[in-house]
Design a protein around this ligand. Structure first.
Ligand SMILES: [Zn+2]
Length: 422
């Protein structure tokens, strides 16, 4: 038995925001949630005084680079980073080497992470080898446990193939998740087109229209086919407006935003260099404000980190040839608490909703409320401390947030009767 005492329970499923004790059985199932529970003889007690206990975060968008690029991250270090960040469940993208486009590969990740402190799910690819030509076996990937299919990192450029993918996915309700950047409108990736940063680094950059044009196309196709479609890491104001309009039209569409697009802009890129190089790029303050509004009014459903580890040597290259992306699992809560909650855009409850309940529901993960009968998947959070990140559990350190003064910190996760506290 594990008794979590003295914590503040903050649960968007039940609306509860009160001090509660939580008793978890040896099977990991929550037995009771009450104002005061006496410790049982022989049981373990975890004192959560000063901490908030919330439904564990769900990150629908991480890159653990396993197989193929495990010098950057692997399933084990990725899971450790997730646990440190308060994540109970993560979904790995399919752009591994080789590409995760078969049921056996999806099952391998589940099997190899069975003993990790967090649940690691694996997305399947939409097209074989992410080549945008031949669709994968959707039913086999879903049966193997893929919570969504995605060619993340690469735009699905053929509208006809995209429509075929949606028509096929719509038959079973399988979620398709799209990285929207029309390649011909991305003369060079990683930085906003025409920005001062692009000029300083001597590259043209990636147009916002590269994203909005694809979002517009895929809203039309989602309406046409009835498919469930998720727009990944939305960065541009017009994309938010299109998604809002698409939802009003009845499209079954969802959108995620990253902590970095919600907190930084193109003006931050010169100071951070390759640590602020990402696809889609950081855009203008007006875009960031539109993302914040979209998050608050529901146009943007959830927060996803796009945790993208790279080696120090790769990020030490000059801007034009460095890889895009930053790590995010360990800093996400602090960044979001600082830039979303402290800045007055979301309440603490809304932040938990965007990081746990909304993604869980979109990916079909049930039983996540802090309530008797549910398997315990809990985040331990401190909303009030001051935090400066210096070191990470991830193999990679490529984040612009190192050394920044942030507010609040994740303190780990409880998965079943197992406590992984930082
Ligand atoms: Zn992407």
């Amino acid at each position: 038995m594990l008794l979590i005492q003295n914590g503040r329970v903050l649960d968007p499923y039940t609306g509860l925001d009160e001090k509660r004790d939580i008793l978890i059985g040896d099977d990991g199932v929550i037995q009771s949630v009450a104002p005061s529970i006496a410790p049982a003889a022989g049981g373990t007690v975890f004192d959560a005084a000063g901490l908030t206990v919330a439904p564990g975060f769900v990150d629908g968008h991480v890159h653990f680079r396993d197989p193929g690029q495990t010098e950057k991250e692997d399933l084990h270090t990725g899971a450790a980073a997730a646990a440190a960040g308060g994540y109970a469940t993560v979904i790995c993208m399919a752009n591994t080497l080789p590409t995760c486009d078969t049921a056996a590969q999806v099952r391998r990740v589940r099997e190899e992470t069975r003993n990790e402190p967090v649940e690691v799910l694996q997305a399947g690819a939409v097209t074989m080898g992410l080549k945008g030509q031949t669709l994968t076996d959707f039913d086999a990937l879903a049966a193997a446990g893929a919570p969504c299919l995605t060619d993340d990192g690469i735009n699905l450029t053929s509208a006809a193939l995209c429509r075929e993918a949606m028509a096929r996915a719509a038959r079973t309700g399988l979620l398709l998740s799209f990285h929207e950047e029309e390649p011909s409108l991305v003369p060079s990736p990683g930085v906003n087109f025409g920005s001062e940063a692009a000029k300083a680094f001597g590259v043209p950059g990636a147009m916002a229209a590269a994203e909005t044009a694809m979002v517009a196309r895929d809203i039309a196709l989602a309406l046409d086919t009835g498919a469930r479609v998720l727009f990944q890491h939305i960065s541009a104001a017009q994309s938010v407006a299109l998604i809002r309009a698409g939802k009003a039209l009845g499209a079954k569409i969802y959108a995620e935003a990253t902590p970095h697009h919600l907190s930084l802009t193109e003006d931050d890129v010169p100071a951070h260099g390759t640590l602020a190089r990402m696809n889609p790029p950081l855009r203008k303050e007006a875009d960031r404000q539109a993302l914040l509004l979209g998050l608050a009014d529901g146009a943007i459903d959830m927060i996803a980190t796009d945790h993208a580890p790279h080696t120090a040597a790769e990020k030490a290259r000059e801007f034009a040839s460095a890889p895009s992306g930053i790590t995010g699992l360990e800093t996400a809560f602090s960044v979001c608490n600082t830039y979303l909650v402290r800045a007055g855009h979301l309440s603490e409850m809304q932040l938990i909703e965007k990081m746990s309940k909304a993604p869980a529901e979109i990916y079909g993960l049930t039983g996540r409320a802090i309530a008797p009968g549910n398997f315990a998947r809990l985040a331990l959070l401190d909303f009030s401390c001051e935090t400066v990140y210096r070191t990470y559990r991830s193999k990679a350190q490529n984040t612009p947030y190192t050394g920044m003064q942030l507010h609040g910190a994740p303190r780990g996760v409880i998965c079943g009767a197992r406590v992984e506290s930082n």
